[in-house]
Design a protein around this ligand. Structure first.
Ligand SMILES: *Cc1c(COP(=O)(O)O)cnc(C)c1O
Length: 379
């Protein structure tokens, strides 16, 4: 049931936890013989880590990735017996947090390996993940460093990684030659660490097929309903629907202008809905409507969805307010108080993102604090 706050909110999010669970199950099935983990970094891609963790655990996930040890500490009480991996890894001063919250560090460099080994010698056995770079050049031991480690006779017996992983640079582009290049590199790594489970695929990688799945996949964006493969039909269910309230409907005669900078001039008599959503809510300024020239912005701008049809954004997105042209809807249909969908069930989040020169990941993770959130469904 929707709360009175939700029914009256200026802007609001509906998070469909059934869709979230279904998307994870889909990714788990597509992972074939591999297990699917779940990626909960950045407040579960903006969706809400508490609800996402409970839902995905109930759906069957037992391996969870977050970015930082702080995120791991927040996640631990929500899923007491799951394995939680920390992508940023360990550095001097935060070792105790790993032990206190039972978090598995990902070892991303020689420096982090030294920090982990020192902690290990004090502590005895402790799990870790070895991250080997195969072409992304962001984090990870180099191929040479990894091979040297694999054959190092001085490696203590207590050093027993539970996973060896790498990350794809172009998993969203099935035809990109980097995929095969990284796959071959990663196979050489797994051969050097025989017997240790392996993980390569993010969401895009899951769609690349069985060769890329190894033992554990790490889908993020697809579980949250976003596009994982560019240029393909997105098979995932939308999870997040964002809506905002129309505060006023105005009439502007042909030749009139609106918004900061008088940035839109109307060529016909127009009806304009002023909506309670702005860049402070993560509705980025680059989504501004047609004719507003901002760096990298497409000429067309974003569209919303109102009473069964798409309506274009016009003028500039401002901090708290946006304008939509509702002239093409019947005059009586649009009223102050109506909610316009910004993205979700009827407008794909990735279409809105594209209009602003960005990606669904960024729209989700920049959702502001003003949204009233309503969680519906579940496992
Ligand atoms: C964020 C992240 C993922 C998830 O990627 P998606 O593209 O969202 O599926 C997987 N692995 C690593 C290392 C990541 O940082």
């Amino acid at each position: 049931m929707s709360s009175p706050e939700f029914l009256a909110a200026s802007n609001r999010l509906t998070v469909d936890l059934s869709a979230l669970a279904d998307n994870w199950r889909t990714m788990n099935e597509l992972s074939g013989k591999a297990r699917a983990a779940a990626v909960l970094k950045a407040n579960a891609y903006g969706v809400g880590v508490t609800e996402a963790a409970h839902t995905l655990y109930a759906a069957g996930a037992r391996d969870f990735f977050v970015a930082s040890v702080e995120e791991g500490a927040e996640l631990r009480p929500l899923i007491p017996d799951a394995r939680i991996y920390i992508l940023a890894g360990m550095w001097p001063g935060n070792e105790e947090l790993f032990f206190a919250y039972d978090l598995v560090p990902i070892v991303n460099s020689e420096e982090q390996l030294a920090v982990f080994m020192a902690a290990l010698s004090e502590r005895g056995e402790y799990p870790c993940v070895l991250h080997v770079d195969t072409g992304m050049n962001r984090l990870g031991l180099s191929f040479e460093e990894a091979l040297a480690l694999a054959s190092d006779p001085a490696r203590p017996a207590s050093f027993s990684p539970v996973l060896v992983m790498s990350h794809l640079a172009c998993g969203d582009d099935p035809m990109h030659p980097m995929n095969v290049y990284q796959l071959e590199g990663f196979r050489a790594v797994t051969a050097a660490f025989e017997g240790i489970p392996a993980s390569l695929a993010n969401s895009g990688g899951v769609f690349l097929g069985n060769d890329y799945h190894f033992d554990l996949t790490r889908p993020g964006i697809a579980v949250y309903g976003g596009e994982a493969v560019i240029g393909a039909v997105n098979p995932m269910k939308p999870v997040v629907t964002a809506e905002a309230r129309i505060l006023q409907v105005r009439t502007v005669p042909a030749g009139g202008t609106a918004s900061y900078g008088a940035s839109v001039r109307f060529t016909r008599d127009s009806r304009i809905a002023t909506v309670a959503i702005g860049y402070a809510d993560g509705y980025h300024r680059s989504l501004s409507g047609g004719g507003v020239m901002l760096r990298q912005a497409r000429a067309s701008g974003a569209q919303g969805f109102l009473h069964g049809r798409l309506v274009p954004h016009v003028g500039r997105v401002t901090m708290d307010l946006s304008l939509f042209d509702v002239t093409d809807l019947p005059e009586q249909a649009v009223r102050a108080g109506d909610y316009i969908e910004l993205f979700g069930r009827n407008v794909a989040i990735d279409d809105v993102a594209r209009a602003g020169g960005t990606i669904g990941y960024e729209l989700l993770t920049s959702l502001g604090r003003r949204y009233c959130r309503n969680y519906v469904g579940g496992v």
